[in-house]
Ligand binder design. Structure first.
Ligand code: F6R
Length: 364
């Protein structure tokens, strides 16, 4: 049932404040300022290395999580798309944690990677949305997302819930490895607990995103740029746009522009720049200005300070609430989803059932 919404995708975008809160509830003891796992005594202290494997949007959630595992727990992280993982003879030593991320829990390549890693003696954690799925059953540590059924083929609420679980897992691993003191743990819990309200704040800009979607709907190609955890978001933005609006879109690390893709820039290619204010802001803005200097039409997604500092000269700006960098990827997922959604609606494509795509990919 779509309720008041025109599409399941729209409904699911709007469910995010509630389902992220619901998901966080089983990973945070908010009052105590503690992170927790659904299996409280699962011992992570011997984990020396993490391998993340997933496909599509779930893979981009994993890319964001790599920053968190390395930053908080100081544990090295490998990440692969599941369809490539087994073909590079990955080295899996004792003390390895394999994390599979999957909405459906049935994606064939991800499941095959799980089985391969298990046979090599890795501990398996599964971040899945379907608790009865194959991955949920075969994992040693089941980490459910509580997004509820996701009907739209384009993944939205599953992604933000995956990020919430992965942030909590990174904090748990850091704690188990003695890398997190009580004050740091309390801060992480406080920031994560702010995510649902911040997502609500992001949803408040829906109409302004709808109003500028026309400027993107006529394009043949669109680029997305981001740096740090906003780089995977750029990839996710491009995937969302191409799969539901059929506009060719690519995400790049902002600093990679000048190594090739900048040759594509002219006034017909909108460039979506994801740049919350913070330590990486200035660098991303200078990449954005390189685009503008070549006639590129920029849509800047930032907070009030970022838009005030760098918004002039942009084709459009999208203003987000100002949030802590830890939750920025969760919050900035919203404008990226809404932009793809409104562009697709403007083009009249089938938003919930895009051509050639299946919700669950059970062949390799
Ligand atoms: C994109 C999308 C796909 C899935 C991918 C993995 O919007 O939905 O890219 O993310 O097929 O699916 P799961 O998460 O079920 O393994």
């Amino acid at each position: 049932d779509k309720g008041n919404h025109r599409h399941f995708m729209q409904k699911e975008i709007y469910e995010q404040p509630i389902v992220v809160a619901q998901t966080l509830r089983s990973y945070l003891q908010r009052m105590e300022g503690k992170v927790a796992l659904p299996i409280p005594d699962f011992d992570l202290s011997a984990i020396r290395r993490v391998t993340i494997v997933a496909c599509g949007t779930s893979y981009y959630a994993g890319m964001v999580a790599k920053y968190w595992f390395e930053q908080f727990a100081r544990v090295p992280v490998d990440i692969d798309v599941a369809s490539e993982f087994r073909y590079r003879a990955p080295v899996m030593e004792p003390g390895g944690l394999m994390i599979v991320i999957s909405q459906s829990g049935e994606t064939a390549d991800t499941l095959a990677a799980l089985r391969h890693a298990k046979s090599e003696g890795q501990t398996i954690a599964a971040v899945v949305n379907v608790p009865t799925s194959s991955m949920a059953r075969e994992a040693d540590l089941l980490l459910p997302t509580h997004a509820g059924p996701e009907i739209g083929v384009a993944s939205t609420k599953a992604f933000s819930c995956q990020l919430a679980v992965l942030a909590a897992l990174a904090a748990n691993l850091a704690k188990a490895k003695g890398k997190l003191d009580e004050a740091e743990e309390r801060d992480i819990v406080r920031h994560l607990a702010e995510a649902p309200a911040a997502i609500n704040g992001a949803l408040a800009y829906d109409e302004s995103i709808e109003a500028m979607a026309g400027a993107v709907a006529g394009a043949r190609d669109v680029l997305y740029l981001g740096r740090g955890t906003d780089y995977p978001l750029a990839l996710e933005g491009a995937l969302k746009l191409k799969e539901i609006s059929y506009i060719h879109a690519e995400g790049y690390a902002a600093g990679e522009m000048k190594h090739g893709p900048i040759a594509l820039i002219d006034e017909h290619v909108p460039v979506i720049v994801i740049a919350p204010s913070g330590p990486l802001f200035e660098k991303t803005v200078s990449n954005m200005q390189e685009v503008q200097a070549r006639g590129g039409k920029v849509v800047l997604i930032s907070d009030y300070d970022g838009v005030a500092a760098a918004g002039q000269g942009c084709l459009a700006t999208i203003t987000m609430p100002k949030v802590h960098p830890l939750i920025a990827p969760i919050v900035y997922a919203v404008p990226v989803q809404l932009l793809a959604y409104h562009v697709a609606v403007a083009k009249g494509t089938d938003v919930d059932q895009p051509r050639n795509l299946a919700k669950s990919v059970t062949v390799e």
